[in-house]
Design a protein around this ligand. Structure first.
Ligand code: SF4
Length: 876
């Protein structure tokens, strides 16, 4: 809710009293209150346009009757609205009739057939026999890109695709072409569509003029079965519809209905077109056992029995803490819960973790410190109503694409101001009045945040007395900012103090503020301190300013948040109870009805790979992760997996990690299982199966239950609902959120508020290494995340190859052209990759996405934190 309070308007629609916020157009007020008004070009996420002219209604204000377009005309106090009168129907029908000249309703093979507003409006207005002769356009279908087909014969010039591409996505890949009768939609110079392939144009197109070519089946949309579920890729947690026919997932659609999920029907390329992982030939088809380097198929019974025996014998021989597990940030909450329970309850081992926690355990602590500071953060559905959004070190269109959609909507409808702080000159086109870019020298993140705080204090932009009274160590913070003056900051960050002052003023004003933090901070080597500094900044405005602040920990995958909530960490039991707290362990033992749980003697999972490599850990169970490819200490991971005596891997595809396993168990994709995911903003959302497990694969949930049975220690519950009930008791803040049909944010209740500034150490970036003058930055590519998207054909079609982004001036100095192959070399190894020239990347910084197995950028790093030093040369 923005701090700008809108007046409530009272009006009548077809005799019924309704209310709407000031500025709402009549059509929106009618829709929200269940009235049907014909229309074809309206979308609540876009600015009013009035292209189709089929939404005429009658209004009476102060006795004055008027016919108005309901999609552009705002509600007024005391207004009486009449929909579907003889007069409005006659007018709307005439406009529709003209559209039907070029688009007759003979629709058997159209993707929108059965869900087409043109059909619906024609039926609603009873327009069965038009007066005009049909005059088809006879345009050829355009299939010049791999994903979206343009079939202009069905286009009704509503402009929704052009507007969504511009206003929602900030891309402007589509536009109106030509004039008069020849007007049409297309790309610049009719070149192949080159965009973010978000597919919003397909969602908003009311007819079948834009179609999804990734689907194997065409036509009769109404014949598909819809299953609402949650996206399996990034942590934003978009709700989507899996559309199946004869049990097969054929395509993914968005749902723009009110109140569905957190994304208002927006999706990105990964969410919408990434279904190629489901019915995929490359999937692991049956359990496999490694016989001297060769994998042989075995039965599920044999595989489960072997694992159970190995687990038990290892524990008997070497103690419970000699077995460890890495849980996946893509498993459901229920699966994650059972995974940690399998270790803690069945064996008494606390050695469970997930890759993000292994690398950056401070992320969970940051979230808890936010709660302690009294910052509980609003549901993310409020993001579009924010007054100010600070995006820190995130390339939104690649990292949280749908967050970008909400922020752009806020810029148009709420007047949201945007501050983007990033060492890369990231592209984020939007219509905000206030759009500040803090493009700072790489490595200077802390200096930027510290200077913002110093300005807030020096300029009295917040109530210092109030802040001091609320946060006891206020003076320590002030002391720690002593050197953060304009001169020092300018030297470190390359930013002028004017722009920093503007940003500080924008952030300090009375506002509902949102802070979104990118996973890029993990690559700076100062992630923990950056989070502490951002928390301090938030605490200052929370306690000394007016309005609110919402700040979320950076999370990467669809259930990164949930894996931690469920206790897949050695530090925390389910619900963030300390794993060393005897009282919490006792409560959990009582719930589980087993022997008392003991605090771990050693926390081997905190440095899990080292403890595999040095022989302390004897068995490792990796459920749904590929650390060889995706963990930043790739060389150590390989050594660890080669050393650990027994390695179990459970996954959908044959990953680099699976290739090193003793036993591989085939598990299912998100489309074949039930449960919940929790997104970055703590929204617990339903995951629902749309198709049966493929081949012999099984949901992780079933595998864990079977293992518990084989160990003769079955879980109390072996249904998703039963485990949800149990979670409701052991993680009390989940109680009201499950089973998650709606999108519910779990509330930060039960955490003691005791605000405190986190005073970090002054950070000094490691000097660049002689002979290695460039710095390397890595993150996910716009079309790829984790290890699965490389198996989704549509995504590899639009994002086929890895590349190194090089600033054109650096390229010139290195005598490089676009497409040249270069060798990128660190002190430990080198990779070869083609060059992409880009002004997004800063001078001296080389950016390489981390998603390609054949370009293992993590090996360059060799475990080193921060922006590592590299050298670049033309491949010979
Ligand atoms: Fe999926 Fe994230 Fe894209 Fe939403 S933004 S569709 S959750 S990948």
């Amino acid at each position: 809710m923005s701090t700008v309070v809108k007046k409530t308007i009272n009006l009548k629609i077809d005799g019924k009293d309704v209310t709407a916020p000031e500025g709402t157009v009549i059509l929106e007020a009618a829709k929200k209150n269940g009235f049907e008004v014909s229309n074809l070009c309206y979308n609540r996420k876009l600015k009013p346009f009035a292209a189709c002219r089929t939404c005429m209604v009658e209004t009476v204000v102060d006795g004055e009757k008027e016919l108005v377009y309901s999609c552009t005309h705002p509600v007024a106090e005391g207004m009486e609205v009449k929909t579907n009168t003889q007069e409005t129907d006659r007018y709307n029908k005439a406009c529709l009739e003209m559209l039907l000249v070029e688009h007759p309703l003979d629709c058997p093979i159209c993707d929108k057939s059965g869900v087409c507003p043109l059909q619906d409006n024609t039926n609603a207005l009873k327009l069965y026999n038009g007066r005009f002769e049909i005059n088809r356009r006879n345009e050829p279908s355009i299939k010049s890109n791999p994903i979206i087909e343009l079939y202009l014969n069905r286009c009704i010039m509503c402009g929704l695709c052009v507007r969504a591409c511009d206003e929602t996505q900030g891309v402007q890949a589509l536009d109106f072409h030509k004039r008069g009768m020849k007007v049409g939609i297309g790309t610049a110079n009719n070149e192949p569509l080159d965009c973010e392939f978000c597919g919003q144009c397909i969602t908003v197109c009311p007819t079948g003029a834009l179609m999804d070519m990734t689907s194997e089946a065409r036509g009769l949309a109404a014949m598909y079965k819809d299953t609402h579920t949650t996206c399996t890729y990034c942590s934003w947690g978009c709700t989507l519809k899996l559309q199946t026919k004869k049990g097969k997932v054929l395509r993914i659609e968005a749902d723009e209905d009110y109140g569905v999920g957190i994304n208002e029907g927006n999706l990105c390329a990964k969410g919408r077109f990434g279904h190629g992982i489901i019915h995929n030939e490359d999937r692991i088809k049956s359990p496999l056992m490694n016989h001297g380097g060769e994998f042989k198929e075995v039965s599920w019974d044999e595989a489960i029995q072997t694992i159970a025996e190995r687990l038990q014998s290892t524990v008997n021989r070497s103690g419970p803490d000699s077995i460890a597990g890495i849980g996946s940030e893509k498993m459901t909450n229920e699966e994650s819960y059972l995974f940690q329970k399998l270790f803690r309850n069945q064996f008494g081992s606390n050695q469970v973790t997930n890759l993000a926690n292994l690398r950056a355990p401070y992320i969970n602590q940051f979230m808890l410190d936010c709660f302690k500071g009294g910052i509980v953060s609003k549901p993310i559905t409020e993001l579009e109503h924010a007054d100010v959004v600070l995006v820190f070190n995130s390339d939104l269109p690649s990292e949280y694409p749908v967050a970008g959609n909400s922020i752009r909507k806020g810029a148009v409808f709420t007047g949201t101001d945007i501050i983007i702080a990033n060492p890369r000159n990231v592209v984020f086109n939007n219509e905000a009045q206030g759009d500040l870019r803090l493009t700072f020298t790489h490595g200077a993140d802390l200096a930027v945040v510290n200077r913002l705080m110093r300005i807030l204090i020096d300029e009295n932009l917040i109530d210092l007395k109030k802040a001091k009274a609320a946060v006891p160590n206020f003076d320590d913070l002030v002391k720690s900012l002593k050197t953060c003056n304009a001169k020092n900051t300018g030297k470190t960050t390359g930013l002028s103090d004017e722009v920093l002052t503007q940003a500080a003023r924008q952030f300090a004003k009375k506002a509902d503020r949102f802070v979104l933090i990118g996973n890029d901070i993990l690559d700076t080597g100062q992630g923990e301190d950056i989070l502490k500094a951002l928390l301090n900044l938030s605490l200052l405005v929370q306690h000394g300013g007016e309005g609110s602040v919402s700040i979320y920990p950076p999370r990467e995958h669809c259930n990164s948040q949930g894996a931690n909530d469920m206790g897949v960490t050695p530090e925390f039991l389910p619900g963030y109870q300390s794993a060393g707290n005897p009282a919490a362990l006792e409560t959990l033992s009582r719930e589980w009805g087993r022997e008392p749980l003991q605090p771990a003697k050693e926390n081997l999972a905190e440095d899990l790979f080292t403890n595999c490599a040095n022989g302390k850990l004897k068995l490792l169970y990796v459920a749904g992760e590929d650390p060889v490819h995706s963990y930043y200490k790739a060389a150590l991971v390989k050594e660890a997996l080669q050393t650990v005596p027994f390695l179990v891997v459970q996954d959908v595809f044959m990953t680099e990690t699976a290739k090193m396993a003793d036993i591989i168990l085939p598990t299912v994709s998100f489309a074949e299982k039930d449960g919940t995911f929790t997104n970055i903003t703590r929204h617990v959302q339903r995951v629902k199966a749309a198709t049966l497990p493929q081949g012999m694969s099984k949901p992780d949930f079933d595998i864990f239950c079977e293992l518990a049975d084989a160990l003769d220690k079955p879980f109390q519950h072996n249904t998703v609902e039963g485990v949800q009930e149990e979670i409701g008791r052991t993680v009390p803040f989940y109680k009201e959120t499950l089973p998650g049909d709606d999108s519910q944010q779990w509330q930060a209740s039960g955490f003691t508020a005791k605000p405190e500034f986190q005073i970090g150490q002054a950070y000094e970036e490691a000097a660049s290494v002689d002979g290695y003058p460039y710095r390397l930055q890595t993150n996910n590519h716009m079309f790829h995340i984790g290890s699965y998207t490389q198996h989704a054909k549509a995504l590899t079609d639009v994002g086929p190859d890895c590349f190194a982004e090089v600033h054109p001036e650096d390229a010139e100095a290195l005598n490089l052209q676009e497409g040249d192959r270069i060798v990128v070399e660190s002190k430990v190894t080198k990779v070869e990759v083609p060059v992409k020239l880009s002004y997004v990347t800063a001078r001296g910084l080389i950016y390489i996405p981390k998603n390609w197995v054949d370009v293992p950028v993590h090996l360059l790093r060799n475990g080193e934190e921060g922006l590592i030093s590299i050298k670049v040369s033309k491949a010979g």
